[in-house]
Design a protein around this ligand. Structure first.
Ligand code: ADE
Ligand code: ZN
Length: 326
């Protein structure tokens, strides 16, 4: 019996998953064929041989090539639909999903196509799996902030349905402070705001995300542990941190799973949840991430319950939606 089955998991929310990171290798090859896209991979095996990462950038280089297979609204709907089915099987009852807008618009794909395709599948996810969802439009922090401003202004002007914004891609050298205006515009429009910080970047970026962007949640945030005053603040203010254990090992932000700070974060009283980040790239979906930490750290049912409860408490749910999962 697997640890996943041994430790029954209560209803859980996934709050940190990139839609483009759910593209499975077979889907990439198949969709490239259908859309006439010339990928650098000779075969499925050749593509699968690329999944050995040395750091965040080495992974992003592969992710950004592969996502180019997505072209029309049906492609965006298909990948979303597949994620929701797989996440539902993993026990996810509510998902808040990132997509990288500039990864698509820079290739000439309209935001309307991207968001329309994803939304149609999210609507179906509620009917098919009873899964509630939120959609978070993420910006590449290594592109000029003006580019993010333009993308956000367009989505707002066009009234396209997103629930929040995020910040991702290469972190070091691209501090949150660059994006103050973008985040102000998003908050003024009533959107939720989150940002990746403290993944490869320093604890100072977590502080900036809180102080300057006024984020409601920090994605990763594991390097916050290097700053005790920051930890105290995160605990006091119950700032959610969406932690991604398999991602951190595969991108070598921690050496091995045994070195992962998740147990310490729980002990410190941080509001941490477990998430899959880019499950098709890092060895598994939410169930695999739970399995990995339960096995590595011998987490008991109480700890698993705490992580699941944290995920629901960290979600952008209204009281009725939250009560459904508690
Ligand atoms: N884009 C997809 N996954 C990411 C991660 N873990 N960090 C930054 N950008 C990302
Ligand atoms: Zn991420």
């Amino acid at each position: 019996m697997t640890d996943r089955l041994r430790v029954a998991r209560p209803p859980v929310a996934e709050l940190h998953v990139h839609l483009e990171g759910t593209l499975e290798p077979a889907f990439i090859i198949e969709t490239a064929g259908e859309n006439g896209i010339d990928l650098p991979w000779r075969s499925l095996e050749h593509l699968e041989a690329q999944y050995d990462f040395t750091d965040l950038q080495s992974f992003l280089d592969l992710l950004y090539v592969n996502l180019e297979v997505l072209r029309d609204a049906d492609d965006f709907a298909a990948v979303t639909h597949r994620y929701l089915a797989r996440a539902s099987a993993a026990g996810v009852r509510h998902a808040e999903i990132f997509f990288d807008i500039q990864a698509h618009t820079r290739r000439g794909i309209p935001a309307e196509t991207v968001i329309g395709g994803i939304r149609s599948a999210l609507d179906r996810g509620l009917t098919d799996h009873g899964m509630t969802t939120k959609l978070i439009m993420s910006f590449w922090r290594d592109l000029p902030p003006g580019d993010a401003m333009d993308a956000l202004a367009h989505v707002l002007d066009a009234g396209l349905p997103i629930d929040g914004i995020g910040l991702d891609s290469a972190e070091v050298g691209y501090p949150p402070s660059l994006f103050v205006e973008v985040y102000r515009m998003a908050r003024d429009a009533g959107l939720h705001v989150v940002a990746h910080a403290g993944e490869e970047g320093p604890a100072e970026y977590v502080r900036e995300a809180l102080d300057l962007l006024h984020v409601e949640r920090v994605d990763h945030g594991i390097r916050s542990l290097e700053d005790p005053d920051l930890v105290e603040r995160l605990v006091r203010d119950r700032v959610p941190l969406t932690v991604c254990p398999l991602s951190n090992v595969r991108l070598r932000t921690v050496d091995t799973m045994a070195d992962h700070p998740l147990p310490r974060m729980l002990e410190l009283g941080l509001l941490v949840s477990v998430n899959s980040d880019d499950p098709a790239y890092f060895g598994g979906y939410l169930d695999a991430n739970f399995d990995a930490v339960v096995t590595q750290f011998g987490l008991d049912a109480g700890a698993v319950e705490q992580l699941a409860r944290n995920s629901v408490d960290s979600a952008f749910l209204d009281p009725v939606g939250r009560a459904r999962l508690h």
